[in-house]
Design a binder for this molecule. Sequence first.
Ligand code: G6P
Length: 610
Amino acid sequence: MCGIVGYIGDSLAAPILIDGLKKLEYRGYDSAGIAVFGEKNHINIIKTQGRLSALEQLVSSENPQGTIGIGHTRWATHGEPNIPNAHPHFNESKTIAVVHNGIIENHNKLRDRLTARGYRFISHTDTEVVAHLLDYYYKKEKNPQKAISMALTRIEGSYAFGILFADERDTVFAARKDSPLAVGLGENENFIASDAPAILKHTRDVMYIGNHEIAVIQKDSVKVYNLDLEETEKETVRIEWDVEAAEKNGFEHFMLKEIYEQPAAIRDTVSPRIIGGNIPLDELGLSENAIKSLRKIHIVACGSAYHAGVVGKYVIEKLARIPVEVDLASEFRYRKPILEDNSVCIAISQSGETADTLAALREAKRQGLFTVAIVNVIGSTIAREADSVIYTHAGPEISVATTKAYSAQIATAYLVALRLALVRSTVTKERFAEYVKALESIPDKIAELLSDKESIQHYAIECAGEKDIFFIGRGIDYAAALEGSLKLKEISYIHSEAYAAGELKHGTISLVEDGTLVVSLATQPDLYEKTVSNTAEVTCRGADVFALTFQDNPALLQNAAFSVILPEIDPLFSASLSVVPLQLFAYYVSLAKGLDVDKPRNLAKSVTVE
Ligand code: G6P
């Protein structure tokens, strides 16, 4: 993870760097630092442990005057989150400063070699290896571009770098492989950033650096080279969305704002794809013949995106009658998956940068599968590498715990399932039309649920002292339970588990005792009686039940300590509704416990390491 920024121009660099880092704090917040040119080619590094606010204070007291600099906010991978391990890192003579996002996989080997040549290390990071390696090649080549390209050929792993050389005080250097990095193009000033919101205040024109490319950025020019130092042509992309979209807009937390943005996220994702009652979904990149001869779909993803994949499995199998396997991306890539002809792989990812998902996608591609990405971030690595992309239009998501991006992912799964079903004639035209109507009605029904958030807030406050919470459901409700449980544990630090309701009795029910909270989801008519029985199994052992169901389910409601009645919708789409009260529940429990809702401990939004 980690976020990097860079600035070169006529304004003071430090405030611009700090402001940019604030927009990137979701990528990590263990420590932060900046490097700014001072007088006479001197590079001044200011860094500190903890949140960015600590760095901001330090920077305002030191008030560095340079107009060129780089900055970093860290999510620790190698070395604990302390000041020596914070970025930027120097070479020994303090003439090269480096910020890095990613992981240098062969850092131990490189460290040994450099140590043997007399280099001394003061941190435990993989990044310091790069500062010394650059020093080594710079002394040999006397040319920064050459030194960078030589270093890149020695480094294995993933990286986005921002680099300053004391001898080149009119230049910021950058390079990347498998970690995101954009160059922002201004007038007489230029920027680098891990993600566009960090620089959107200054410019909307960006250039994306490719893998193994080196950017040489001056205030009035940007040149990009390949490893042979041949200049490569880059196109400029104009970012159309607004900077306010990445800010809180009066909400106390990004998470609550993003929960409220779900109707819009789903509408923006679904509406443009419904054309005259049909779902052509050309972006899927599969012809009608290809869809008809599909034998299997493999879905790969991590975290909440994996849970969206589980919803996808239920709806695609039910509607289009195609077998779907859903894998955690980190498992798929190493389990030597057996991939047959006429199968496709769908990678789901909000960021489009998750390392495991990217690796799983590459494995599927390597084995000759057609790959489809369902991704939120335009131009991200997964989006670029997949054979086709269906973008979710959730807009930038800042809270670490995903809400609107997850909802847009399941809406996209519904779109894909319906498209496949129509082409394969596994639903009638009439049924298809009803499903499309139901899908289009989801945003209004979520808005209805949101208008009644106070009752959930009160109940959440009562539950803030819980130690263990179980979520149970069958079929699509089980998929929704997985996400409800993850939301709760990641931001409230309460242990929670999601179980297929029928599986609870095979072991886990031994944990249920007087007063244990069990959230029971029962929205599927064909499974309703079964879930009611499974819920009775826990209430008779003293459990308190939070029931989530439709109105006509009195058997479940009569024994519930608390309940949320979902607005009526075809049960196939219940996952889009049932997740909303569970997100609000998690949010208000976290709030009641006084926790940092948007930045839960140990987590990062974009996980670009294995
Ligand atoms: C991280 C986030 C999760 C997210 C997962 C996958 O672990 O904390 O909220 O679901 O990564 O992220 P992606 O960007 O691939 O959807």
